[in-house]
Ligand binder design. Structure first.
Ligand code: SAH
Ligand code: SF4
Ligand code: F3S
Length: 488
């Protein structure tokens, strides 16, 4: 053990002493994959703060590097190893200056590959899965003794209990829009997907935990919360009276929180889209008119082989019910092309589904064989060039639909929550109700507020607009409503 490592082991242990002041250190965190990893990375930063760590964007300055990884497709997983190669060089350069660098691999690759990671990349000091982030101080202390730490236990309840407490810093200034994980893991076992293996069985957080965390976020300046779960509309949490609520009820409860003007949720499974949640889209102004509802394929044969547990007709009927409740809703989707056994006709069924539904946007992927999933060993794998051609065809159709959806917003005035400065000076950027970025000319003081914007142009993703004159007050919409009532 080096002297520096010894020093680290003791000072981490000492950090439970209230008089203890941790030495300043820098952590470089890189996040891959879904929004849940973004939420987790933020919670890891919360846990590391009291250990003396502040974030750096500069790898060369980092005393600690954490890669929060994604295992969903082969390319995502392989990125980790190329990144570790780059990090090794920086670590070696730092060592010449007598500086140490601890390296941790977190997230879904850590969960799926465990020890294999440190075998392939011996510079890695710690491998820890998504359920162990609350134990980070202990993991760091152990790694500082020179031992390679591998932590891949499933204990989601403990994770949330501890991370919530860490996040409870009401005085902390927060971004106007933030994620809140309400459900983790998945019991659906789609035959292409690693998530049930990397995140474990479905666990829903309780109403009380979620309402408390959302309240703290709102008190810290968060105006929009996106509720996260791998299967978020399957959330069923315990309420204080002992009953079990569904997501529709939860969203209603969260809408009552002072200062919380906007709610979203992602990702939903078509099977779990119940009436209560659909009604919430009709009834609640806070629930934004945007829904990401992956269907993956438009062919009943492929849907069955994927174990998606619904047919294309059921999906169409569901979309009709959602549009009845919220005619203006922007629908988004995920598609996989080239699942084993997908014929040209199956693919054309998917294209037909897209034409019929008309999406506001969509993500699409070439099927990737994932070790340990049933799809990986299916015969009839589709050749790579066929997958590429189908993906290009599908993406062209979706791009047209996205442009059409955005064009239909031209001339409308809509509320925009401003989140950050734009690339050009004097520009700020926010999000429309339908989730497109909206850059406008306006003062920084409007960041964190919701303002009406007239849409004057469209880009491939963005809507361009201008602030509607006379509405530039730097207040939240709740404050604005209170003021209006007071004036009357
Ligand atoms: N829980 C979400 C999404 C999980 S992963 C859901 O059920 O919709 C996000 C997307 O990645 C999936 O919707 C799917 O389109 C894609 N995906 C998952 N596994 C994949 C694989 N093996 N190959 C290609 N795309 C995949
Ligand atoms: Fe994966 Fe299917 Fe679960 Fe989504 S619902 S996380 S695609 S297994
Ligand atoms: Fe990737 Fe894990 Fe999310 S595999 S998509 S980071 S749940």
């Amino acid at each position: 053990m080096t002297e520096r490592q010894e020093f680290e082991a003791t000072d981490i242990a000492a950090s439970t002493d209230p008089k203890f002041v941790a030495p300043e250190r820098k952590v470089f965190m890189r996040t891959y994959g879904c929004q849940m990893n973004v939420y987790d990375s933020n919670r890891m930063t919360d846990v590391l703060g009291p250990q003396g760590y502040t974030a750096t964007e500069n790898l060369e300055d980092a005393d600690l590097v954490i890669l929060n990884t994604c295992h969903i497709r082969e390319k995502a997983a392989e990125k980790v190893y190329s990144e570790l190669g780059r990090i090794r060089k920086v670590k070696e350069a730092r060592a010449l200056d007598g500086k140490d660098m601890m390296i941790g691999v977190a997230g879904c690759v850590a969960q799926a590959e465990g020890e294999e990671i440190s075998r392939r990349a011996p510079i890695v000091d710690m491998v820890f899965g998504p359920q162990s982030y609350h134990r980070l101080p202990k993991i760091l202390a152990e790694a500082a003794t020179g031992k390679t730490v591998i932590e891949t236990e499933f204990d989601i309840d403990a994770k949330f209990e501890h991370l919530s407490a860490q996040a409870a810093q009401p005085e902390r200034k927060r971004a106007p829009a933030a994620f809140l994980t309400v459900q983790e893991g998945c019991d659906k076992f789609c035959t292409f997907c690693v998530v049930p293996y990397t995140r474990g069985a479905e666990v829903s957080r309780s109403v009380e935990q979620i309402v408390t965390e959302a309240g703290q976020m709102a008190a810290g300046g968060v105006r929009e919360i996106t509720l996260l779960g791998q299967n978020v509309n399957g959330w069923h949490g315990k309420a204080p009276d002992g009953s079990t609520w569904g997501l529709g009820r939860l969203v209603r409860r969260l809408s009552e929180i002072e200062g919380l003007d906007r709610l979203r949720y992602t990702t939903s499974h078509p099977r779990d889209m119940d009436d209560e949640l659909i009604d919430a889209h009709r009834d609640l102004k806070t629930l934004m008119p945007y829904l990401h509802l992956p269907v993956q394929s438009g062919s009943d044969k492929i849907l069955a082989a994927m174990n998606r547990k619904h047919t294309r007709d059921e999906y169409f009927r569901l979309i009709d019910r959602i549009r009845d409740a919220s005619p203006d809703i922007a629908l988004s989707c995920d598609f996989i092309v080239g699942f084993p056994g997908e014929t040209d006709q199956d693919f054309q069924d998917t294209m037909d589904l897209i034409r019929r539904v008309e999406f506001g946007s969509a993500f699409s992927f070439k099927y990737s064989q994932r070790p340990g999933t049933p799809g990986a060993t299916m015969t009839d794998q589709v050749p790579e060039d066929v997958k590429s051609a189908r993906l290009a065809e599908l993406q062209a159709l979706v791009a047209n639909q996205q442009t059409a959806f955005n064009a239909s917003r031209m001339g409308m005035t809509c509320d925009v929550l401003f989140e950050r400065k734009g690339r050009n000076t004097g520009q700020i950027v926010g999000k429309s109700p339908w989730l497109q970025p909206v850059p406008v000319d306006g003062p920084d003081s409007l960041i964190g507020t919701i303002q009406p914007v007239e849409i004057t142009g469209i880009g491939s993703n963005s809507l361009f607009g201008r602030l509607v004159a006379g509405h530039h007050a730097s207040v939240s919409s709740t404050d604005a409503i209170k003021e209006a009532v007071f004036d009357a």
